[in-house]
Design a protein around this ligand. Sequence first.
Ligand code: ATP
Length: 336
Amino acid sequence: MDGLLVETHALRRDFGTNRAVDALDLHVARGEVVGLLGHNGAGKTTTVRLLAGVLAPTAGTARVFGFDPTVDGVEVRRRVGVSTETPAVDDRLTGRQGLRAFADLYGVAPSLVDGRVADLLASFDLSEAADRRVGTYSKGMRQRLALARALLHDPALLFLDEPTAGLDPVAARAVADRVRALRAEGRGIVLCTHDLNQAQALCDRVVVLEHGAVVAEGAPSELAAGLGAGTRVRVVARPPVDGGGLVASLAATLATVDGWGDVDDDAPPEHAGVVVVHAVVRDADAIADGVAALVGLGARIHAVEREVPSLEDVYFALHRVGRGAVAVPAAGGVPA
Ligand code: ATP
């Protein structure tokens, strides 16, 4: 358990015939942000509920701070903060009253409660609204209140389910900064999110689930680096217009060149007449052949740029694997 806050082995949870979590080996260390990604219904929330001791596993083991959550749920919940999309606090209470009630429930020493509640309200920009009923809060305010609630008992491990859903960009960035600060303090964080840019920016490691099973795992950059052989490029060019006034398709031409694959194009509205082609090319020779083909066609090439793949590219490639088209290699622990 050296530094490990969460450790599961072959964790499984069935709901009737539906396998929500399947053979999950998950570990989370101190000072690590681990993202749980996957489509709706992939098993992220069920995993968190298993780790929080809210649900019992069908098979396998989970240890959180060395405790079995189903046996020692109280010990686990004393050390874990959970923020979900469900209402954080009773709508009829004020934000301050709600947090005080939870502080009591979490066993925060009475002499510390008022100060801690006030600090958290201030740090989540809720001081002004502190004495208003939560029923009058906006979605973003409720989201911030949920995070404040999760931190009341100073937990060393946090489960954050979509912590920035519904937040405006400024508030979302503030939450992301807060997550980084919590990690810097040595806390472990499990982040369930559909926001792939956020996952790429925040997570040390992501675990992608599909039908409850891990389909990829690794640092976002490792996964992106392992995305297929070849280089992703972006070609910006103005196509030639033939005698009949038809614009020749640059993408169709490039798709016929040896070493060019996954060719796709779009026409940015701000650049009339210019086409942007995205593709994966095998090597430098293939790039030269593609450029020659476009020049031969009479196109004017404005740019050929290397595209750095993102976690979003990984995610979509993985789901094309599901449909039997593209293979994502085993970078950073992607299962073979
Ligand atoms: P989302 O992104 O929509 O929040 P998720 O990845 O969190 O999805 P889960 O909520 O863990 O997915 O659901 C995984 C599967 O388990 C789904 O098929 C869901 O219908 C099922 N499931 C979850 N909770 C229950 C339950 N209490 N009873 C029956 N089935 C459930």
